[in-house]
Design a protein around this ligand. Sequence first.
Ligand SMILES: CC(C)(COP(=O)(O)OP(=O)(O)OC[C@H]1O[C@@H](n2cnc3c(N)ncnc32)[C@H](O)[C@@H]1OP(=O)(O)O)[C@@H](O)C(=O)NCCC(=O)NCCS
Length: 464
Amino acid sequence: MTDPAADFTTRPADETSVANLAAAGLRYALVDTADQDAFGAWQHADDRGFLGAARTAEQIASGLAGLAYRRTTGVYDDTQSAGAQPDGAPWPIATVNSWPAELTLPGSSLEHPRTLRSWAISSVTVAPTHRRRGIARNLLEGELRTAAALGIPMAMLTVSESTIYGRFGFAPAAFVADWTIDTRRARWIAPAASGRVEFVSVGRYRDELPQLHERVRLTSPGEIDVWPLRWDQVTGVTEPDSERTRSLRALRVTDESGTTRGLALYRWSGGEPDFTQHTATVERLDAETPDAEAALWRFLLELDLTTTLKAGLRRMDEPVRWQIADFRAATVETREHQYLRVLDVAAVFEARGYLGSGELVFSVSDPLGFAAGVWRLAVAEPPAAAAKPPASTARATVTRLDSVPIGTPAVALTAAELAAISLGGVSVATLVAAGRITELSPGAAVAADGMLRTARAPWLSVWY
Ligand SMILES: CC(C)(COP(=O)(O)OP(=O)(O)OC[C@H]1O[C@@H](n2cnc3c(N)ncnc32)[C@H](O)[C@@H]1OP(=O)(O)O)[C@@H](O)C(=O)NCCC(=O)NCCS
């Protein structure tokens, strides 16, 4: 069977957005990422939109190579006066790019991966000269229509501001935490880990990280597959001379067989005027076994001349909280991170795994239409022979109904709340208490949470 999304970079620009923006005198068009001038101008406009410094020639070159695989769209104002922008190819006044990525779903494991092809959306910018005229709305709605036309059941993004995307049916489904630990109070009280921790070069770390992350992300709902340029940015390949890059240190933890089970990247700062009071900032910590994770955290918590350990974009439920002597040694600041938008209810809820069986009805309203309807989710008991692990064997079917049936737990919600609960990281009972979900039958929230919740909080460890 041919892949309906195979032509995602060249599928023509969404007709409705083309027409809406043309009526405003603007040209909404795909950018040919093989055209270095046009794509370079698009990247400059993207940086300007995110308040960034102008990209260096090397950074533009790495963007030309590393982001060319995406569907790339610009909005152009051909009426801009001469001199209003630099020489060369015209800069778009709005940007967006998108690509099919893999979102890890509840119930996924290395042996039985459960991932959902989802439409990742990035680089949404509108120039300050053209803001609040509905251009972003046309970008976003155009992206959703394009994804649906390509047969992609979910859209996803990370955000600069949490106020923008709810109106388009997005909601946060995975959260992150920034951890700050006073290492003087964080004595290790858990059993010693057996892994061997050693320093490796950052280049070696860069070589090993993609394979390790590929394994780790398949066991972690909310994660996505990461593109090589992101790893180059994390490890400083794109900015070899920056102070940040030069201060990076890399760690590897291996098991008894010498296999890499965990990697960490961190840097020191501070130490003035008191040299004993440095801060170590963990840029990434990836581990595929609890042992490797514990070994890395312990090593970082016991660094000499260091009193503060910071780690951002971490899990909300880090085991380290229970491995140190003093809970209050850790300050944990949480933030919503992975935003989802359900485009095909049946495909999303049939693809994920469930810890519990049962039936549940969603009555979904969706002004954009994609998820609207009454949907019955039925999760069957796994066959006895395959009872372990239940999360990867329980079979789910989703059926569209004409009306809400009597006798089945049912909730009413919008597409945004449906996205929030889709990975099991947000409690239905909480959203009922918040007035965001309505129970259509008594006790429906508890029944829904029994089916949808996951053992650990979903998590996304990158920006995109
Ligand atoms: C955010 C941004 C893309 C919005 O572009 P825009 O073209 O001005 O947005 P639109 O005019 O299409 O606005 C659509 C709706 O979103 C609202 N909106 C736009 N920006 C908003 C913001 N920052 N916060 C809250 N609401 C916002 C508008 O009021 C409008 O609401 P309505 O439809 O209910 O009337 C633009 O301001 C921008 O580029 N910001 C800097 C880069 C950035 O943060 N991008 C987002 C990356 S995740």
